[in-house]
Unconditional design. Sequence first.
Length: 132
Amino acid sequence: MEVIYQKVANVLIDIIPEDWKKILLYAEVRKGFSQVYYYYYSIKNDKPIYSLDITELFSVNENEFDELETELYDCFKKLWNEFKVQEQEQWTYLTFILNNTGQMMKINYGYEDVSQLGPVEKQEKWEAKYLS
């Protein structure tokens, strides 16, 4: 699992086109469904930047960006499956927190069924908890 966590960190480092202080990522995986989004705080300001805004804010190659996003999704699917292989309860969602020193990496796992909540409601709840 440590290899997967490191891969996630490396992909995030590759995908964010500027110096950053902190990344907060939400991932949700269940059979037939996965969702990943993240925010990061730039060194330049204290306002979080949403992952889907990167291609609009920066001159990045969209194909490369999409490939890295796919790698990110794959990492979390592998992590979810690894929990089953290791005979641990599979999480339904998680929050991955990384700072630019690489020393503070925190992962909060959730096990509740959130499939009945709409995507906007889930994201708003997560943002209220982690970005406030």
